[in-house]
Design a protein around this ligand. Structure first.
Ligand code: 1DX
Length: 184
């Protein structure tokens, strides 16, 4: 994945814990990188190892780390120069989700994306939608749960998410039932 993702993990650890914890996580993960380059592609293994090591060191399930990290990602990318990109993606939670593939296409045009996830939105009623998440990368469903919370913060929208269909159980993709209440 892009170095930006690993940088976001670093930022998540350093802002919620400290720099020393981050160094210990890198050591445990056997990741010998001083500074991640945002636009450089790193093996996915690096990201998974960092999450695994963080989970062990912090004594927190990897799924919880991924979910907190997903929430962190939205604010992190806004602060790191992608605020306009995010703003252009939508003005509401459902609009943003509907345009996520477009966001990835845009980033991909500029930097080349090897493994773009797909997000499909099916409105199911007022304030309710089903989100299909199709990814070549296994195990990142909990991160999507957190991403949705991060979008809730960005749009001042209260969000509840139910993970209704799990790819790990043999389904074609992960599916989330998202209920949201936007401010009037
Ligand atoms: F709900 O399943 C809200 O490397 C969401 O594969 C979901 O393949 C926000 F550095 C610039 C750059 C670069 C900008 F210049 C990425 F290159 C991307 C910024 C997305 C903001 C996907 C990251 C693929 C890396 C799914 C989880 C991973 C999508 C990660 C979250 C807004 C992003 O992101 C999977 C890769 C950006 C950039 C956003 C993603 C790769 C998302 C969201 N994805 C790189």
């Amino acid at each position: 994945m892009y170095g930006l993702v690993n940088k976001a993990i670093e930022d998540y650890v350093c802002s919620n814990f400290d720099a020393d914890t981050w160094e210990r996580i890198k050591e445990k993960a056997q990741v010998d990188v001083d500074v991640f380059v945002c636009m450089e592609a790193y093996p996915d293994e690096v990201t998974y190892s960092l999450v695994g090591a963080a989970s062990e060191l912090l004594g927190t399930p990897a799924s919880e780390i991924l979910s907190s990290f997903g929430e962190h990602w939205v604010g992190f990318t806004r602060r790191e120069g992608y605020a306009e990109l995010l703003a252009a993606t939508g003005r509401t939670l459902p609009e943003f989700l509907s345009n996520l593939d477009g966001l990835h296409a845009r980033v991909g045009l500029t930097y080349g994306f090897a493994n773009t996830p797909l997000f499909r939105v099916k409105p199911t009623g007022p304030g309710e939608l089903v989100l299909d998440y199709v990814s070549t990368r296994p195990g990142l469903g909990p991160m999507v749960m957190g991403l949705l919370q991060g979008l809730g913060l960005m749009f001042h929208t209260s969000v509840t998410v139910e993970w209704v269909t799990h790819r790990a159980d043999g389904a074609a993709c992960d599916q989330f039932l998202v209920k949201y209440v936007a401010p009037v």
